[in-house]
Design a protein around this ligand. Structure first.
Ligand code: NAP
Length: 303
């Protein structure tokens, strides 16, 4: 029996572990991939306070992991398959763990377009991670799909490699922040295909083109490209919790200001919870609050 189990070692889970460790809670942190979370899909982060000019995401997350390990907290590499909310028992692919409180920091994964060709060409021209795959597209034409901050940052990153970077967005205006939109406009390698949908990804062995539908004219056409990078938002990693906690229709966990969920002693933090801003800085803030709430919950129970 542990005091606390934290599911997920992204910024939210690592910060929760940091605060739990400093409260001397007997804590286990479980992560199915490498610690760091999906921020590692970006090369740099420019809006994490204290780092003028930005910081490499690998450096930031490695430091967060080190800080947790310094407190003696063990990071188990395992996938959580089930949570029994009443007994606070977690089943992973190789073991079971029991604790007094649980923090869910399972994050989110890139959303798919779900169009013909997408699954077929993953790894052969379709990607969700420019940092991982950009070097394969040196002097080639790539398209990016989406209109938010992620597509803007990744288009700028890809422009260092590709010969032409075309951002395809379903509306006439992007929703990316003003500073990123200014940088997109200034970049000579980046252009925009607006009010358009990608309806199919085409190729033979590898991606060769996307099928576009202009939503203003209804006209369809093929656009030649070697790579398709998809950035249309994220969906929460909460399937294993379905029916156990209150969630919204998309599976984001509903939690209050204390990060409490609909189940007593189970807390949620970071990108797996419903909130208005999905950033590393507030994922860390969520993690700190969740650990504090878990500590108070455990302390009250022990009285
Ligand atoms: P997002 O803000 O949710 O934007 C997703 C984009 O994809 C939207 O423009 C949306 O179009 C479009 N889209 C959604 N479904 C689509 C579909 N089926 N077909 C075509 N287009 C589709 O996602 P994000 O850019 O990944 O950002 C996620 C969160 O992380 C946001 O809160 C963002 O601010 C944050 N973030 C922040 C930074 C930063 O601050 N530097 C960097 C990266 C991400 P509509 O506009 O029409 O809805």
């Amino acid at each position: 029996m542990h005091d606390l189990i934290i599911i997920g070692a992204g910024p939210a889970g690592l910060t929760a572990a940091l605060y739990a460790g400093r409260s001397r809670l007997d804590t286990i942190l479980i992560e199915k991939m490498a610690p760091g979370g999906r921020i590692l899909m970006s090369e740099n982060i420019e809006n994490y306070p204290g780092f003028p000019g930005g910081v490499s995401t690998v450096e930031l997350m490695t430091r967060m992991e080190q800080q947790v390990k310094e407190l003696g907290i063990k990071i188990e590499s395992d996938e959580v398959l089930d949570l029994d909310c009443s007994s606070k028992t977690i089943t992973t692919s190789s073991s079971t763990y029991e604790a007094r409180a649980i923090i869910i920091a399972s994050g989110a994964r890139p959303r798919k377009l779900n169009i013909p060709g997408e699954d077929k060409y993953i790894g052969h021209g379709v990607s969700y991670c420019a940092t991982c795959d950009a070097p394969f597209y040196k002097e080639k034409k790539v398209v990016l799909v989406g209109g938010g901050n992620t597509v803007a940052e990744e288009a700028i990153y890809l422009s260092r490699f590709a010969s032409l970077v075309s951002v395809i967005h379903r509306r006439q205006d992007l929703r990316a922040s003003a500073i990123l939109q200014e940088r997109l406009q200034e970049n000579k390698k980046i252009n925009f295909i607006l009010s358009s949908l990608v309806t199919e990804i085409k190729g033979t062995q590898k991606v060769e083109a996307v099928r576009l539908k202009n939503l203003l004219t209804g006209k369809e056409s093929d656009f030649g490209c070697a790579g398709v990078f998809i950035y249309i938002g994220y969906e929460p990693e909460t399937e294993f919790l379905k029916g156990k906690l209150r969630m919204d229709d998309s599976g984001f966990i509903i939690s209050d200001d204390a990060m409490s969920t609909s189940v007593e002693g189970v807390f949620a933090c970071g990108d797996c919870r419903k909130k208005s801003l999905y950033q590393v800085i507030n994922a860390c803030g969520d993690g700190a609050v969740a650990a504090d709430s878990a500590y108070k919950f455990i302390a009250n129970r022990s009285k």
